[in-house]
Design a protein around this ligand. Structure first.
Ligand code: SF4
Length: 318
């Protein structure tokens, strides 16, 4: 159940890469927190920095600047051994679990790896734990001797979830876990993640490139554009009254099954492609595509500020 206690807190997080002597600012001064038992969705087009942000929280890549807290502990800067207990508490579910599995090892070995790393469920308890994990994600424990290629895409994602669950984590970064799946399978995986969340009070950062995907699972939604957080709100507020023109455009792209409603709604259409992250526009990073851009937008970058209680956006219109 979502509580008022903060589990993850991020302040002024930056991640910069240097590629062939050119600077790429993948994440720019991002701050937010996630409460225990909450799902924060992180949405934006490919290349906006959302996966980099997710991986930085897990310290799979180190931040260039900024702070990350797990409860009251600042975790960036911890040595490898001091970080190990946090590594167990913070796990990742991949978009394509198949690419992350060693194809030469079977399910039993795949699920043994994290248990071995964290010295959990040794001896006969190991098989009991693997059986339990497979049951929790809706896979047949009799299949623990099968190899990843013998499963469907949805079953492989269930296996990826079982691997993340194996070490009893508290926080999971779900990095586009349903993007590669058929719509009907997407719903099954989202329902499974919701069930596991309420069973184990899990906290999720759920990354997706479409707003349509996250409505069913998220408590709050953060929208990213070119490395910046441009809107952050409760799911209902964001879908009912999106403030940032980019969020409005993302919502306009979701088809409505009723042709009458579809015809009447005012669509916000953005022009052009996402600018190069090597050379982001000055001022508001969205001004080159925004249908409401004003002269100030070309020179002054808007701050992320609270416009309504709990609803933040960075736009000169507010
Ligand atoms: Fe559009 Fe200006 Fe708002 Fe940026 S600041 S989103 S360009 S209106």
């Amino acid at each position: 159940m979502k509580s008022s206690q903060t589990l993850i807190r991020v302040e002024n997080l930056n991640k910069t890469y240097v590629v062939k002597k050119r600077v790429l600012q993948a994440v720019r001064n991002v701050s937010f927190s996630i409460r225990k038992g909450e799902t924060l969705a992180l949405v934006g087009e490919s290349g906006c920095g959302k996966s980099t942000l997710g991986r930085t929280l897990l310290r799979l890549t180190e931040p260039t600047h900024g702070q990350i807290w797990f409860e009251d502990q600042s975790i960036n800067g911890l040595s490898k051994s001091k970080f190990l207990p946090y590594r167990r508490k913070m796990q990742l579910i991949f978009q394509d679990p198949y690419a992350s599995f060693n194809p030469r090892i079977n399910v039993k070995e795949i699920l043994s790896e994290p248990l071995e790393l964290h010295q959990l469920n040794k001896g006969s308890g190991r098989i009991t734990r693997i059986t339990e994990l497979l049951q929790q994600v809706g896979l047949n424990p009799d299949h623990m001797h099968r190899f990843p290629h013998e499963f469907s895409g949805g079953q492989r994602q269930r296996l990826g979830i079982a691997r993340a669950l194996a070490v009893n984590p508290e926080f999971i970064v779900c990095d586009e876990p349903v993007s590669a799946l058929d719509v009907s399978v997407q719903a099954q995986i989202i329902n499974l993640l919701k069930k596991l969340q309420s069973q184990y009070n899990l906290t999720y950062l759920f990354i997706a490139h479409q707003l349509a995907v996250v409505k069913q699972i998220s408590h709050r939604v953060a929208v990213m554009y070119l490395g910046d957080l441009v809107e952050l709100a409760d799911t209902e507020s964001l879908y009912q009254t999106p403030l940032h023109p980019y969020t409005q455009a993302l919502l306009s792209a979701i088809p409505i099954p009723d042709p009458e409603v579809e015809r009447k709604r005012a669509a916000v259409v953005v022009k052009g492609d996402v600018p190069s992250p090597f050379d982001p526009p000055k001022g508001c990073p969205f001004h080159t595509r925004c249908p409401f851009a004003m002269p100030i937008c070309q020179t002054v970058k808007p701050e992320l500020k609270e416009v309504h209680p709990g609803h933040m956006t960075s736009c000169h219109l507010y």
